[in-house]
Design a protein around this ligand. Structure first.
Ligand SMILES: [Zn+2]
Length: 93
């Protein structure tokens, strides 16, 4: 998992869900830009990949289904490159 590059990011909002697979409480932190895009998505609907281009597909999947990045890595056999944005059971990844 690659974390170093985004250590100094400022987060604007958080989305908390319980992962339906591992049942851990997972919080996704959103940047200012991602928060604005989320508000547009919630207000106007449409496809999340069109509304939230600044969020990677792990983040979009988390918003839609609640699967945490680690479960998504197992399900989709890809590596989450933005794991630093998640807090799992109170632990920053
Ligand atoms: Zn999970």
């Amino acid at each position: 998992m690659k974390n170093e590059a985004k250590e100094n990011i400022e987060y604007k909002a958080q989305i908390r869900k319980v992962c339906p697979m591992c049942e851990r409480e997972v919080t996704l932190r959103l940047t200012n830009q991602q928060t604005m895009e989320l508000e547009e998505y919630q207000r106007y609907g449409g496809l999340i990949q069109d509304r939230m281009p600044s969020l990677d597909r792990f983040g979009r999947e988390f918003i839609k289904t609640g699967y945490c990045p680690e479960c998504q890595e197992m399900l989709f056999h890809t590596e989450c490159e933005d794991s630093v944005s998640y807090i799992i059971n109170g632990v920053v990844k």
